[in-house]
Each structure stands twice: as C-alpha cells, then as structure tokens.
Design a protein around this ligand. Sequence first.
Ligand SMILES: [Zn+2]
Ligand SMILES: [Zn+2]
Length: 243
Amino acid sequence: MEIFALEVLRTFATKSVHGEAWPKDVYAVSQYVTDGNIFYFTARNLSSTIHAEDGVLNHLEHLLTSGKLQSQKIKLFLTYSPCHRCSQRILNFIDMARWHHNTILEVEVVFSAFYRVRRPSCERNPACRAASHFPSFDYHRVNVEGLRTLHRAQGIVLRTFNPRDWVDLQVALGVHMFDFGGRQEEDDLLRNDFQQIMGLTSTIPTPILSLVLSEMQTVVRTLLERWRPLQDGGQHFSNGNTS
Ligand SMILES: [Zn+2]
Ligand SMILES: [Zn+2]
C-alpha cells in the first residue's frame, strides 16, 4: 500500500476529537538509526485487528532480530494513543530486545489524539455530553489501563505532541512548510487531559476547586479569629515559665 507523506501529516494534524467519528486512517511513524543513518518507517492500519503500531513494530522487530537496529533510542509518532493491545506490544518489544538481544531500548511514544478514551475536557463540556460521542466505559477503562502501564514502564516515555514534535514529524516525512495552525490549543488540551487521565494532576474541575478553597479560607479565618484571644492569653504561660 502506498503511503503519501502529506496525507499522513494531515491525518496527524486533524483535530479528531469532540464528536467526530472514530478513526478510519491511523498512522504510525518510527524513527531509528541503522547503518549509521537516521531512518523513518511509516505504517498505517490495515484492518480493525491489524493496527498501525503492528506495522512499525513488525518492521523494528525484523531489524532487531537481523542485527540491523543500531539505535537504542526509538521514537514512535502515533496519530492515536495506543490501544490496550498495542501498549502491551510495545512493552513486549522492549522485553524482547532486553532478554533476547541484550539491548536496553528507550522508546519515546508521542500521540496527537486519544483512541477510545473518555477525555476529561469532553466530560466537562455540556456540548460534548449532548453529542454523546463518548466511548463506552469498558473501552475507556481497558485503554487507560494500557496507557498507565506503558507510562509507568521503564524505558518508555509516553506523552502528547509538543511544538518540537511537529517539526520532527515534518522532517521524518520529508514535508516542508506544513501549516499546523490551530494545533497549539488542541495540544494544550490534550496534554491536560493526558495528565489527568494518568493521575498526574487534580481531576476536580477548577470552579469546584476554587469554591472548596474559598470555603476553607473562611473556615481558617474564623478559627484564627477564635484562636487569637487564646494566643494572647497564652503569652503569659511563657512569661510564667521564666519567673
Ligand atoms: Zn468532546
Ligand atoms: Zn492498537
């Protein structure tokens, strides 16, 4: 199957969340070193059971077993966060390199959209709730579990796209001057959602959090006011100690 670089780049840059259909075209781009040069290999999904990650991992495993994979650092650009099975497959690849080929790999996985995950920003958005484009809780749970396992694993960096990744992806695909306009906002949202899903930040919505904080301030102020007379009275205990 022929893969067109510009089409790949467009798919990566498309904001494929908030009510749009689930992915039809999914791409994975791998970056590694072989024969002293940086190489890129791109794959797309072939069916609902053969994912884009399968394509790049088959390729990398072949290089590894034939002794042609020289880099210990590998970067995977994914249009969607890996599903539970693909998360496991990435981990198996690292294990295989370690136990069968004596190679400690570092794999950086960056993605530009979520695959079948209920995004916190969507859950908070009434328009999203009305559109009911959420994946089922079962899909959500199993995919998040896969992402968390991957995120915690040694030798893996799992994260969302940043501005540098967009530049690197253009280089990988040999496309110049691609307009990524409007991605910044989506990337910020994606990063926040990812951090919340991974349990790295609070999942309490900001308005509730500030309400709780202002309530706490009132309680603390009241306590301080009540405590002040005690404090004044307390002084003479210390005075009393010296006499
Ligand atoms: Zn949404
Ligand atoms: Zn998958």
